[in-house]
Unconditional design. Structure first.
Length: 201
């Protein structure tokens, strides 16, 4: 019997090759020919799944975005109430800053894709962190309901500000790895600003 081909596995293998090349050589080093060599497949196989570089980058970026989101949400796993809503938000925000070994590996690649996404709406949808902002807003509203914080702020706006801060701190730590401790202090300070107010019922 002819061997069955796992097409999704092949596409993911090619996407992993794209990510390795982009991390090593930048997006300008990514081409169909270079990706085929990096993945150990023929040029024809790459072209079978992706007709051009943009299509290949889109799929690779989608894979990276899924792994990034999974890594972040794993920082605050569901199942049982958190010690506090503040603690769960803090875990997610610190994970976003990417100061752990895996995060440091992903961060340069994430920034490279982010720059390209700024001019490409198809890529932009993967870097807006809409799901994470919604997660943050839900936790802030739950904290308000539980009396952990004041009821006088807009949860959606505060969540957007928190995740924008984490994005900026990720870039800062990428440029200066020695600022990791300061970045965490900045996150704590912003959370303190939200959670320190005596709740008004």
């Amino acid at each position: 019997m002819p061997k069955q081909v796992d097409h999704q596995e092949r596409r993911e293998r090619i996407a992993d090759a794209v990510c390795r090349l982009a991390a090593r050589d930048g997006l300008e080093g990514v081409s169909l020919r270079h990706v085929a060599a990096e993945a150990g497949v023929s040029m024809g196989q790459v072209q079978h799944y992706f007709t051009d570089k943009d299509q290949m980058l889109l799929f690779a970026f989608e894979q990276l975005s899924e792994r990034f989101t999974q890594r972040i949400t794993d920082a605050a796993p569901p199942g049982g109430p958190p010690t506090s809503y503040r603690d769960r938000l803090r875990d997610v925000l610190v994970a976003m800053v990417s100061i752990d070994p895996l995060g440091r590996t992903e961060a340069p690649l994430w920034v490279a894709f982010l720059a390209r996404a700024a001019a490409n709406p198809d890529l932009a949808q993967f870097v807006r962190h809409d799901d994470l902002v919604a997660f943050g807003a839900d936790h802030l509203r739950a904290a308000q309901d539980a009396g952990e914080t004041s009821l006088s702020f807009d949860a959606e706006m505060e969540a957007m500000a928190l995740f924008a801060t984490a994005d900026g701190l990720m870039l800062r730590c990428l440029l200066d790895p020695t600022c990791a401790e300061t970045a965490i202090m900045a996150i704590d300070q912003q959370l303190d600003h939200i959670f320190e107010t005596t709740p008004s019922r």
